[in-house]
Design a protein around this ligand. Structure first.
Ligand SMILES: NC(=O)c1ccc[n+]([C@@H]2O[C@H](COP(=O)([O-])OP(=O)(O)OC[C@H]3O[C@@H](n4cnc5c(N)ncnc54)[C@H](O)[C@@H]3O)[C@@H](O)[C@H]2O)c1
Ligand SMILES: O=C(O)C(=O)C[C@@H](O)[C@H](O)[C@H](O)COP(=O)(O)O
Ligand SMILES: [Zn+2]
Length: 377
């Protein structure tokens, strides 16, 4: 795997797009923070960290060692005392022992409440780094520098941070909004195509729950949607971030409306657990979206055209839309541990129509088994 192009620090470009998010600990406006989308954004990092920060821990996976080193060197040039913590790649990084290793580095280097964490990597890195920042001294600042499409459009925005346990995905975590997010499009140039496509599943999710123009853009050219140089992909990124920013600005702690961002995830997380995290998150979300569409169709909430559109658009991107038969009991175990459930009540996010997400209390698990038959290979 090739590492991203080394981001340049100067000058800060003018063609960046700034998407504000309300709520949190950032420096933008009244307690909110900015998600900046553009190229050559690293020069903005000191400003996002803020004037009180002296020490910075840069957390990155092994695969992005050179990028982590560049970020560290730039921070040192800007006058910070910077350290790096190298963590295991992908889902192996979302582990309590990895968090403990980062806490040890912070402790041994006297990090105080006025110091900060920076994540450099995909969603797995922003999740664990955000969790470390949320828990160290009960909360220090974190800035995310996402290097995957999925990280830019989803994981780095909104403050959900967490790790996995043996029992399931993201079962331990915190809501800890970043002080800012730098989505540097240059980093996408080295992202393997299957990772970029994985991120597009979350983009499609945003299209179905809130911004149908996203679907139209992808349908008009699935190829350009996958081209890291294209204006279409940049527009998809900005639209998806705008959807997420709007939702989390109004419901950071998922008291209600934020649940819509979990569309497709009830089955997706169960698949990831069943597959021991050998499936990409976006691939699992893709199957989960089709499952949710079929469930909504079967209970008479979603029209055929919108339900069918799920499969068509996801397949046009090369994402999976079906899953192995014979795994239902394993999947149901995962579904029972979903955070949207209340007691024995299983709950899903479904669509009442395009752009009309709602929550659905499943009356009987047999309904889910029947829907599973609709998506098995
Ligand atoms: N907190 C949230 O709101 C939220 C939202 C969505 C997903 N997530 C989580 O995000 C995780 C998935 O994130 P992801 O899809 O970014 O995967 P990831 O973090 O596992 O990264 C995918 C792979 O790409 C490599 N990589 C990263 N950037 C690269 C680059 N620029 N060039 C080359 N290789 C690069 C990584 O080393 C890794 O092997 C899951 O754990 C999911 O649960 C969290
Ligand atoms: O931000 C949210 O809220 C989401 O649900 C976004 C999801 O894409 C993301 O995968 C999130 O990590 C899932 O959260 P969880 O609470 O179901 O673990
Ligand atoms: Zn997700």
């Amino acid at each position: 795997m090739t590492e991203p192009n080394t981001p340049s620090t100067e000058p800060v470009p003018d063609d960046a797009t700034v998407i504000p998010v309300a709520g949190g600990s950032g420096s933008a406006g009244t307690g909110g923070y900015d998600v900046v989308v553009g190229k050559g954004l690293l020069g903005r990092l000191p400003g996002m960290l803020g004037p009180s920060v002296r020490r910075v821990l840069v957390i990155h996976p092994r695969a992005l060692r050179a990028t982590g080193d560049v970020v560290k060197a730039d921070l040192e040039t800007a006058g910070f005392q910077a350290l790096t913590a190298e963590i295991p790649d992908a889902e192996e990084g979302k582990h309590i022992q990895v968090a403990a290793f980062c806490w040890q580095v912070l402790g041994q280097n006297d990090f105080t409440r006025s110091d900060a964490v920076v994540s450099v990597g995909g969603g797995s890195v922003s999740d664990v780094a955000g969790f470390v920042a949320a828990t160290w001294l009960r909360g220090v600042r974190v800035v995310h520098f996402p290097t995957t499409l999925l990280g830019m459009v989803d994981a780095a925005v909104g403050g959900k941070a967490g790790i996995n346990t043996a029992e399931g995905k993201n079962l331990v975590g915190a809501f800890h909004p970043p002080a800012g997010v730098l989505a540097d499009l240059d980093t996408l140039l080295t992202l393997p195509p299957n990772e970029l496509v994985s991120g597009l599943a979350e983009v499609v999710k945003c299209g179905f729950i809130a911004d149908p123009e996203i679907l139209t853009i992808i349908e008009s050219s699935p190829e350009q949607a996958q081209n890291p140089h294209s204006s279409q992909l940049r527009e998809l990124i900005e639209r998806s971030i705008a959807v997420k920013a709007q939702v989390v600005s109004n419901d950071l702690r998922e008291a209600g409306a934020r649940e819509m961002l979990n569309y497709g995830h009830t089955l997706a997380h169960a698949i990831e657990l069943a597959e021991r995290y050998q499936w990409r998150h976006g691939a699992a979300v893709s199957v989960g979206l089709v499952f949710a569409a079929e469930l909504a169709r079967s209970v008479g909430r979603l029209d055929d055209a919108t339900a069918d559109r799920h499969r068509t658009i996801l397949e046009s991107l090369g994402l999976p839309t079906s899953y192995s038969s014979g795994r239902w009991e394993t999947l149901l175990d995962g579904i029972r541990r979903d955070k949207k459930n209340r007691g024995d009540q299983l709950r899903f996010v479904l669509l009442d129509g395009l752009g009309k997400p709602t929550t659905y209390d499943v009356p009987d698990a047999s309904l889910l088994f029947a829907t599973y038959q609709e998506i098995t290979e």
